[in-house]
Write a protein that binds this ligand. Structure first.
Ligand SMILES: C[S@@+](CC[C@H](N)C(=O)[O-])C[C@H]1O[C@@H](n2cnc3c(N)ncnc32)[C@H](O)[C@@H]1O
Length: 189
């Protein structure tokens, strides 16, 4: 199942969550009986489709790229999930949610994680989690910055800043894992 989506993503260089990362998301949903998810960064709809098909959660997912948005709409319809997944075509930094969510999954522009976290945390239900992907950034976060291009150096610095920011958020319990591409799971105290 979902092999068509994974294959498409691979052939077209669309970054989607790794199997191990998906397991982290799914087990968090299952362990806490979460019913709703806000996803920042939809791409072709892969992670949303797997979460909705596996546990029947209601999802709002945000995508700013029109090509990705159209692919997500068509994939969601192919999997008959129109009543479970709403795709919002906008920049997440301009989006104001209309409801509260059990899980917020941040998987968009990696340099903007602090902004996304602060923008969307007011919409997290009590007992909910905020999960962020790609904190290892393919192993580059731990790489000697002098070996990286200027762009990558700036990006990995921002990811390290985000990790420190999360460690400093005493109002959350945050677990870091190297599963997938490195993820944080933050629960409000
Ligand atoms: C890593 S992909 C998402 C993968 C998807 N969650 C999955 O695992 O199947 C990141 C997506 O976030 C989108 N994105 C990046 N910054 C965004 C923003 N500020 N607002 C909305 N979408 C954004 C990109 O266009 C890209 O399609």
């Amino acid at each position: 199942m979902f092999e068509d989506l994974k294959e498409f993503a691979k052939e077209n260089n669309v970054p989607i969550i790794k199997d191990e990362g998906l397991e982290v998301l799914l087990s968090e949903i299952n362990a806490n009986s979460y019913k709703s998810v806000l996803e920042i960064g939809c791409a072709i709809g892969y992670s949303s489709i797997v979460m909705a098909k596996t546990y029947g959660v209601d999802i709002t997912t945000i995508e700013r790229n029109s090509e990705m948005y159209n692919l997500a709409i068509s994939n969601i319809s192919k999997y008959n999930l129109e009543d479970k997944i709403e795709v919002v075509f906008t920049d997440a930094l301009e989006y104001v949610p209309k409801r509260m969510y059990d899980l917020i999954f941040i998987d968009a522009a990696k340099a903007q994680n602090i902004k996304f976290f602060e923008r969307f945390e007011p919409f997290l239900n009590d007992g909910g989690s905020i999960i962020v992907d790609n904190l290892d950034f393919h192993g580059l976060t731990e790489e000697d910055p002098s070996k990286l291009s200027k762009n990558l150096r700036s990006l990995t610095r921002k990811i390290r800043e985000f990790i420190e920011y999360l460690k400093g958020r005493d109002d959350y319990n945050t677990i870091f894992t190297h599963k997938g591409d490195g993820m944080s799971i933050s629960k409000k105290k």
